[in-house]
Unconditional design. Sequence first.
Lengths: 286, 344, 374
Amino acid sequence: MSHANETDEVGHAKSTDRGHDQEPSPIEPAVAPSSAVLGVHEMTRTFGEVLAVDTLSLGIEAGELRAVIGPNGAGKTTLFNCIMGALNPTEGSVYLNGSEITGDAEEQRPHKGMARSFQSNQLFADQTVLENIRLVVQTARQGAFSMDLFRSHYSVGRERAIEIADDVGLTADLDAEAKNLPHGEQRRLGIAMALATDPDVLLLDEPTSGMSPAATAETASLIKEVRDDRGLTVVLIEHDMDVVLSISDRITVLNRGEVIATDSPDAIQGNQAVQDAYLGGMREEI
Amino acid sequence: MSSTLDARTRMQRLLSERSPAALLGALAGVLLLGNAAVQKPGLFIDQAIGGLVYGMILVMISLGLALVLGLMGVVNFAHGALFMLGGYFTYATMASYGLPFWAALLIAPIGVGIVGIVIEVVVLRRLYGKEPIIGLLATFGLTLMIEEAARFVWGASAVQPAKPEFLTGGTDLIVTQVGTYRLFTVAVSTISVAGVYYLITKTDFGLSVRAGVQDGEMTEFVGVNLPLRFTAMFFLGSAIAGLGGALRVVEFGIDPGAAEEFVLLAFVVVVIGGVGSIFGSVLAGLLVGWAQFLVPVVLSALAIVTGVSAINVQGISDIIPFLVMIVVLLIRPRGLFGEEGLLE
Amino acid sequence: MSGESTDRATGGLPSMFERYKIPLGLVVLVVALRPLITSEMVLGYNAIASKMLIMMLFVAGFNLLFGYTGLLSFGHAMFLGFGIYIPAILVLNGAWVLPAGGNITFLVGVILALAAVAVYGYLLGTLIVGMGEIYFALLTLAFSQAIYFIVLRNPGELTGGSNGLTQGTLPDFVEQTRGEIAIEAFGLSLDWYWAVAVVFLLGMLALWQIVRSPFGRSLVAVSENEQLARAMGVDTTSYKIWSVTFSGVFSALAGVLLMIQNSGAAIENLSVFTSGDTVLMAVLGGVNYFFGPVVGAFSWLFVEDFLTNFELWQFPLSEVTFVTVDLSDILVYWQFLLGALFVVVVLTAPEEGIWGYIRSVASWLRKRMQQVRA
């Protein structure tokens, strides 16, 4: 993190002594991608003619809770998908703990210490809550593929799964089928499954979407709690500004696939570029 | 849909991806075909026309299959059964009701189209947007029903109406005589395939259905009655398969087993051509037809030249379509003109 | 898949009965099937019971791939064919130093068949699982057709072409007297049904163990939500490939039994119709459940035999008949009704089938009983 120094003010970041002088993206990351826990270096992803992510760079510090915000279509989920390997970036690279993982298969990444939750509820719908979590614990322990044929699945990862369910407050629903859970609990199950991979870096895609204000606050404190307890690095896509401002250490604002600002919550609130982007975005939507 | 692209540009794009291996393969192919043409000119022309006739029939079946698959995302296993019904309807019109061939050529496709509409409205409509596997299973059940119904009405063995008199003769093509009926089949199928291709890629009707697939809500908002147009599209696909059946039954007869035999071949054609590409299906149908008829000639000619009789594998033509498909998929997993992301 | 019980303490292990009810059910099935099915009242002859067990094993092998991994194979007959043809060809011709017809030759043939099908399944899987499930269905169908045509061509006079292999394919330990098969080994004589039952039980228990193992749960994860499974670190491609491999091996095992059952190799067993029937049996039975294929194969063969052999429907089934209906005209076309039933099942509850229906009725009844008692 030597490059982090004092340059995480918006607009001053270019003064960092990084040796890249190709067409620079307007805002350099606060932490150099190659030395951060999670780094994205000049990533571009296109869909046909559409530029979803545009030479974007990002560096997340160890233990940081970083929120990524931006108007709809800013490229937030595409960024996540490219980081996690669900999509291949058209250009650019991804680093985890300083080593490049851009070409790694998607299923290898959880085993290297990064996990995600999805924007829409992605679950093993016909399985119980316990089995959903247990399957992930099993995978984390045994690797991406294991020919473990001679035991019962009851003997693998059950206790750990119950613990994790307890951590996220799903103990009462262990035996319920995932598809029968209320929406809010399904989202929490998504977080539990991501935690079950035992990650260093956790990427959460709108963990509070569709939740009541009370459940939203609960989930926000849950996220902060697991970060503090486990020393995780968390990257969070979130629309609820109360959540973003209350729990994140830094906020990165995306617009049209580019980073337009990265700063502390207080500074972001006063940032002119951010306000323009949001207002502009809203005007387009109207 | 890739068919929005001009056929010529896509051909150029395919050719521009050439590699030394592909060029070598093409050269070898030309040499082998040339050798066969020199060794057995009569048989070669004969088989080339046989392959063309067969290939056009395959194109007529595959077209409807590719339409429903590419546009609506439903794998219609019952499409072979519709082709089979085309043959039976022709037989019924001519043999049971004593109507002339021309009438059958009109009645059979329309009858099959109506059966297609019933299938679309009663079963397929429930499948849009569901997993394609469900559609495959449901239409597989439909195939069994239609097959069994055909067996009930027309019996288990093949039936064949009498060939119309003016098409019974042969036409002299210098090195060989070709049945006039075969030339007639090629003419009718070419015209109908070209017509359907034009309708889908160039007219408002085809464009609106394709737009509807991209964005159903928007198209309905603009005032196009989408379900009706889907049904019309299905009628079209069924009718042309029925016409294929009508053309084939006169020359080869038809039996209930044709349903599964031909839907399988049509799938092979669509997979080779690339799912989602109408143009690909047309090309692949001809490719499969020719491969099936010409490979035995090529092999036997090669056996003559090299003196190794083992090259002349008996009965290889049955597995040719599958071999072609396996080779194409190994080289180009999406088929010749397939699009990434469809049906995955 | 939904075999987990719900009425147990939260997070606790299910009861012993819950955990072992499937092996228990298999034993009950094997013991009860023949007396039940071969009684005069029902079908009245022996061979059908062993054929049912064989087809149950085959369809269960198929369902490891379809129900548990989410891959629909439309060419499963080819795997059956490995088990039918390879031992038959070896027993008929002998192999290397092994004499034709010998018991050892047969056993070598069986091992060779299972090894060959495993290698073939693995290679096929590697080639095609990555292309999406529709491609998988069509490509298995195409590969199966290619194999069918090769066998039909009778290469090297080995496969017998369209006649199949009808003479000299049985090893010495199989004794045939008046159509009844018995196994003669180590001075003991074992009825064919029980010999099949032993292999059936071993095969089904192995399948059950696969399904309940951590490996099997990963297959279920792949079938339920492939995208999520991959994001959680599951190598979905490898699991699919191995599922094809295992499924092929179990199907070939059923093929070996079928070869002895039919005293030879018939090409019909390799045809697209056999593959189609497999799909029908599994879906009608209920692909979501371990016993789905068992129920599906049973119902299918029962209906096929019952309806095509019994042209008169008499009620009640006793000496004095009140109602006699001649069904011969309709029942010949039972496949039409079956197709219709199949379409309805697929459109309404494609994964539940007959067994799912029985289960839901049973659980409804249980609830009612509890209400009445309370």
